[in-house]
Design a protein around this ligand. Sequence first.
Ligand code: MG
Length: 338
Amino acid sequence: MKLTCKPLTLNLRTTFRVAHGASDQRNNVQVTVEHDGLVGYGESAAVPYYGDTQESLTAYLNALPALGDSPYALESILNSLPDGSHAAQAGVDIALHDLWGKTIGKPLYRLFGLEAMPLPQTSYTIGIDTPQVMARNARECGYPILKLKLDANDPETSVAAIRKETSARLRVDANAGWTLPQAIEVIPRLTQYDIEFVEQPLPPGDVDAFRSLHDQLRQMGVAMPIFADESVKTARDVAVYAGAIDGIVVKVMKAGGLREAMRAIHTARAHGIKVMLSCMVESSLGVTAAAHLASLCDYLDLDGPLLIANDSFKGVRYDGANLSLPGGPGLGVVPVES
Ligand code: MG
């Protein structure tokens, strides 16, 4: 099997601003694995706050040892990948899964024993801006479930302005931007705006802070579910955070691929933890890969292709917030001729 990679540069429809920073363009990498006349496609997303760049992802992928000749040997190949960027590993994992499905001639979700539908509706992301602009974007986008990106700068005012303009289901993502005292002050106040859950209020790496937040909210009688995103990348992390959170956000890129993402989902289930399946800023290639796991999850946040202007793959289709998986073998994605 021959692995190659090339830049996959995504232009965003509008500037995307979260608590970590803002961007107009993302510089991902497309991975290709060829075998026996079949081509498997994968994507590695360069997420600035995880320290990946197009150059570092490409360097990892170009330095990989040969993958061998069996498109069925996923476990041994993926277990033997050198340590490094999870997003780079995810690109290899996705391409191998696509090739595996094409070799067998079936869509991935079928090989996993999963369903193509019905799937939960996806949320649509409203990036950080002034409360007025966020409220206008929330009203005009027309999506029934919105994920509001917030930072530490008066988050309640933004939520209040948005709630005034829309009856959509609202979720909040602080992207690790709050301190424990701020979270304890803000989250009880957010309950009046009918918020489904709060994602990653605190910095990653401090499970005790999450446990403290969880316990204090419960003592205050506040039932707002707290989800962990940046804190929980792999199945092992799920076990560490069990008891300190109510839900996790699973992303194929941070897990290091579909296999580990699926392990994280099952580990969450074992601990009674809810699961939202999400994505980075990715093309339809990476998001379609994730969508094959969608029927395992409680919530979806797969709006990557809706945020970019130059999608170079056709894959998962959107009818408003409803996703449908393509029917072709493997991922079912097709490159768009440029
Ligand atoms: Mg998040």
